[in-house]
Design a protein around this ligand. Sequence first.
Ligand code: SAM
Length: 270
Amino acid sequence: MPGCEGYEALAHVYDQLNAEIDYAAWADFFEDCFDRYLAARPELVLDLACGTGRMTLELAARGYDMIGVDGSADMLGEAFLRNGGKHQILWLQQDMRTFELYGTVGAVTCCLDSLNYLLSPTDLIQCFSTVHNYLDPDGLFLFDMNTPYKFQNVYGNNAYILEDELVWQDGDEEERAAIYCGWQNAYHPDSGLCDFDLTIFEEMPDGSYRRSDEHQQERCYDWDTVRTCLEQTGFELLGVWSKFDFTPASDTTERWYVAARAIKNEQLHQ
Ligand SMILES: C[S@@+](CC[C@H](N)C(=O)[O-])C[C@H]1O[C@@H](n2cnc3c(N)ncnc32)[C@H](O)[C@@H]1O
């Protein structure tokens, strides 16, 4: 399924390469949204495109019953290992446009530009519509997206080298392995598509390096498109911010944090 192919090699080192993301602060923001916009905190939450489950587990630790949906078996495998059976979480390998649950949930979260992996407005509408279908009336959809400013000014055609270390415990021994990730972007303003070519070198126990290559693609959406897709699928937009302190988004915002409320048909006819 689109968006999930580029994680076969990446899944293993993904958390290390994204170690700076503060999921506790992000979850605080989600709980602030629950307090602002819901009559009561939700019991059941779906973390859509949950990846390695860092947000899923953060929310589970705060007492929410969690479902994690992701299209990549490799990412879900990492999430399963990270949980280690600590929390009872329903992990489902499904497409975020067409997933199926047993019933509705009080909130859906979707973190770290996962929605940019949907490559057309049709895909975005299909996903929003499925999310709406599985939200309780007035349920919250909390997501982020990379902005046009970020695609144009940060990703562009830039290249980066990320250098890090995997650290794990083997009995009493602490083991370490170096990882290098070369990351080349190619942003195509006409189509709004951005190609990411990643080359990962991971140190092996004998000191040699294993190379793996991944290709990923994200789509840049302008705000009018996102807003229209939300409206067309039955959401009321509650806000779009640039930070967890509810600072309004501006033209130089790199990541939109969005809250929307599911309005159900029966409410529209009241
Ligand atoms: C950048 S990662 C973010 C993962 C996680 N939300 C986090 O905060 O680390 C994007 C995730 O979206 C998933 N994904 C991309 N396209 C998808 C699709 N069509 N259906 C389900 N998952 C998808 C990928 O497998 C990946 O785990």
